[in-house]
Design a protein around this ligand. Structure first.
Ligand SMILES: *[C@@H]1O[C@H](CO)[C@@H](O)[C@H](O)[C@H]1NC(C)=O
Ligand SMILES: *[C@@H]1O[C@H](CO)[C@@H](O)[C@H](O)[C@H]1NC(C)=O
Ligand SMILES: *[C@@H]1O[C@H](CO)[C@@H](O)[C@H](O)[C@H]1NC(C)=O
Ligand SMILES: *[C@@H]1O[C@H](CO)[C@@H](O)[C@H](O)[C@H]1NC(C)=O
Ligand SMILES: *[C@@H]1O[C@H](CO)[C@@H](O)[C@H](O)[C@H]1NC(C)=O
Length: 496
C-alpha cells in the first residue's frame, strides 16, 4: 500500500506538471486498496474463527461439552525468543463458553441463539487488530447443516414463526435432535518444521455426535466430517486453508465456507451483529476479489461448489436492513463451478430465470426473448418470499433456510460472464485445474437482477459477506476437498 501511495504521489506530481491540475480521474482509476484486514492472507499473526449454523442460521441447541458454536484461533508472534513463541489471544476457557456459563465474560443472553452472536463479539474483541479505516477481527469458517426437524418448529417461514408441521421430502431429518450442532475440535496454531518456520493449526469435527474423528483422517462412509487446516511459512507467501467436507446418511446436506465478513453490522444471512475481516464493505460496481483455489475432490454431483458467493441484505422498498426479520431480505448470488450442475433456467420454463439479463454494454434482454437471453448462464433464480410484485411466472425461495426471507441468483460458467473474469466454460477451475482468479465481482453484481418493489429507487449494493466453499446438497457419503490462499478484496481508494 505504501508503495502505491508513493507511486501515486509521483504520478500526481507528473500529471500536475504536464497537464495542469486535472488529475483526479487518473488517480481514481489507478488507486486500489484492500478492503480486508489481511490482504492476500500474508500476515503471520493469524486471525481465524469458526461458526456453526442450523438450517435457519441459528444454534437451536448446543452440542454437549462443546459450548456455543463460535471459536477462534488468534495469536501474535514473539520473535524475541528462540524458537519464536505464539501468544494466543483466545484460550480454551473462552472457546468453550456456552449458555451454561451464565454471564461469564460479560456475555448476557437468554437463548443459545443470542448467546452465540454475543460470544462472537466477545471473541472478536480478543482478536481485534487496530487498523484504518477501522479495526478488524478474523476470517470466518462457516459450517451449516440443512437438516430440518419440521416437528421441532425451530425455523420461521419467511421470518414468521410457524407451528410444527409434518416432514417434507426436501428437508432431511433422521429423527429427534437432527438439527444438532457438530462436535468442534481445535488444534491451536503451533510452530512446526525442522527449523521452526511453519505455522499450522486446525478446526475439525463431525455432526455425528457418537462418532470419534481424528484430524486429517476422512472417516468411513456413515460418518460426516469437516476439517479446516491452515498452514504458512513464517515471513513468506500466503496462508493456505485446506478444507475437507464429508456428508453421511444422517447428515446429507452440509456446507463449509471460508467467509470474509464485515467487521460490524449484519453480514449476509444473519440478523445479529457479526465480526469479520472486511474493514471496508465493498460496493458494486467497483470492487474485485482475488484468490487461489485448488479443488482436489468435488463433493459429488450435487456439490454446489461456489467459486464466489456474495451476500447482502436490503428491504424490498430499498431501505437498508435493520434486523426486522419479516421485511429484511437476504440477497445472495453465487457462481457454481461444479460442471455437473446444470442450468435449470430454460426457454420453456421461465420460472427459474431472473426476469432479465444485462450484458456488459448495458443492453438488457428479457427472459422471454428466446433469441438473445443466455438461459445456460443461470442455474436458478428465486424471488423473495415477501415480494409483492414478482413478475409471473416466479418461484419463491426456500422460506425456512434463513431467519428472514431471501433471494438467490445462482449462475454457472458461460461466455456471458467472461468479461468479468469468471469462468466461461464448464470445468474451468475445477478438479485438476487450480487457478488464481481475479474476479470483477463488483461490476458483475451490479449487472445482476435483484428484486425491489416497482416504484422504489434501486439500492446501492453493498456486499457484507464474500465467501467461497461448497454446499453438498442432500447426498450421502460425498467428499469435497480444496485449498484457498491469497484471498483479497480490492476497492478504489476514493469510493467507499
Ligand atoms: C463453563 O461451563 C462449563 C460447563 O458447566 C464448565 O465446564 C466450564 O468450566 C465453564 N467455564 C468457565 C470459564 O466458567
Ligand atoms: C476417540 O478415540 C481416541 C483414540 O483412539 C480415544 O483416545 C478417545 O478416548 C476416543 N473418544 C471417544 C469419545 O470415544
Ligand atoms: C451489446 O452486447 C450484446 C451481447 O454481446 C449484443 O448482442 C448487442 O448487439 C450489444 N449492443 C450494443 C448496442 O452494442
Ligand atoms: C415479454 O415480456 C415483456 C415484459 O413482461 C412483455 O412486455 C412482452 O410482451 C413479452 N413478449 C412476449 C413475446 O411474450
Ligand atoms: C462411500 O460412498 C460413496 C458414495 O455413495 C461410494 O461411491 C463409495 O464407494 C463408498 N465407499 C465405500 C468404501 O463404501
Amino acid at each position: 500500500m505504501e508503495f502505491w501511495r508513493i507511486c501515486s504521489l509521483l504520478l500526481l506530481l507528473a500529471f500536475s506538471i504536464i497537464e495542469g491540475f486535472d488529475h483526479v480521474n487518473a488517480v481514481d482509476a489507478d488507486n486500489y486498496i484492500s478492503a480486508v484486514g489481511d490482504p492476500g492472507m500474508r500476515r503471520d499473526g493469524l486471525r481465524v474463527a469458526i461458526e456453526s449454523w442450523n438450517q435457519c442460521n441459528e444454534v437451536g441447541e448446543e452440542a454437549i461439552n462443546m459450548g456455543s458454536p463460535r471459536m477462534a484461533d488468534c495469536f501474535d508472534i514473539d520473535h524475541s525468543t528462540a524458537p519464536i513463541t505464539l501468544n494466543h489471544l483466545v484460550d480454551e476457557k473462552d472457546n468453550r463458553l456456552g449458555i451454561l456459563n451464565g454471564t461469564y465474560g460479560g456475555i448476557k443472553a437468554h437463548s443459545v441463539d443470542k448467546y452465540a452472536a454475543k460470544k462472537e463479539i466477545y471473541l472478536g474483541k480478543k482478536c481485534q487488530v487496530k487498523d484504518k479505516p477501522s479495526p478488524w477481527q478474523f476470517w470466518m469458517v462457516m459450517l451449516k447443516s440443512g437438516n430440518t426437524d419440521t416437528y421441532a418448529s425451530r425455523c420461521p417461514s419467511n421470518g414468521h414463526k410457524v407451528g410444527p408441521f409434518p416432514p417434507e421430502n426436501r428437508f432431511p431429518c433422521f429423527g429427534d435432535g437432527c438439527m444438532n450442532m457438530p462436535l468442534m475440535h481445535h488444534e491451536y496454531t503451533s510452530v512446526h518444521g525442522k527449523h521452526g518456520k511453519i505455522l499450522k493449526g486446525s478446526f475439525y469435527g463431525t455432526w455425528d455426535l457418537d462418532a470419534n474423528v481424528t484430524n486429517g483422517v476422512v472417516p468411513c462412509n456413515g460418518t460426516s466430517y469437516y476439517s479446516v487446516t491452515w498452514n504458512k511459512r513464517i515471513g513468506k507467501g500466503s496462508w493456505v486453508f485446506h478444507h475437507v467436507l464429508k456428508t453421511s446418511k444422517k447428515n446429507p446436506w452440509l456446507m463449509l465456507y471460508l467467509r470474509s465478513d464485515a467487521t460490524t453490522g449484519f453480514s449476509g444471512g444473519y440478523h445479529y451483529q457479526t465480526r469479520g475481516m472486511m474493514k471496508i464493505i465493498p460496493k458494486s460496481p467497483n470492487f474485485k476479489v482475488r484468490f487461489t483455489l485448488d479443488i482436489k475432490q468435488g463433493g459429488g454431483p450435487s456439490s454446489q461448489f461456489y467459486l464466489m458467493d456474495i451476500g447482502s441484505c436490503w428491504k424490498n422498498n430499498g431501505k437498508p436492513c435493520d434486523g426486522d426479520v419479516t421485511t429484511d431480505v437476504t440477497r445472495y448470488s453465487e457462481m457454481i463451478i461444479n460442471p455437473e450442475i446444470e442450468a435449470w433456467c430454460k426457454p420453456d420454463d421461465l420460472r427459474l430465470c431472473p426476469p432479465h439479463h444485462t450484458f456488459p454494454n448495458g443492453t438488457r434482454v428479457h427472459r422471454n426473448d428466446t433469441e438473445n437471453f443466455p438461459y445456460d448462464a443461470y442455474h436458478v433464480y428465486c424471488t423473495p418470499g415477501n415480494a409483492e410484485h414478482p413478475e409471473e411466472p416466479f418461484n419463491y425461495c426456500d422460506e425456512y433456510s434463513n431467519p428472514q426471507p431471501q433471494e438467490i441468483l445462482q449462475i454457472v460458467p458461460h461466455p456471458v460472464w467472461g468479461d468479468y473474469g469468471y469462468p466461461t466454460k464448464k470445468g474451468e477451475g475445477w478438479i485438476g485445474d487450480p487457478r488464481t482468479w481475479e474476479l470483477d465481482v463488483g461490476r458483475l453484481s451490479q449487472s445482476l437482477y435483484f428484486y425491489q418493489d416497482p416504484s422504489s429507487k434501486p439500492v446501492e449494493r453493498h456486499w457484507s459477506s464474500i465467501d467461497l466453499g461448497t454446499e453438498i446438497y442432500v447426498s450421502e457419503n460425498q467428499v469435497a476437498e480444496w485449498t484457498v490462499s491469497d484471498f483479497d478484496v480490492i476497492v478504489p481508494e476514493n469510493d467507499h
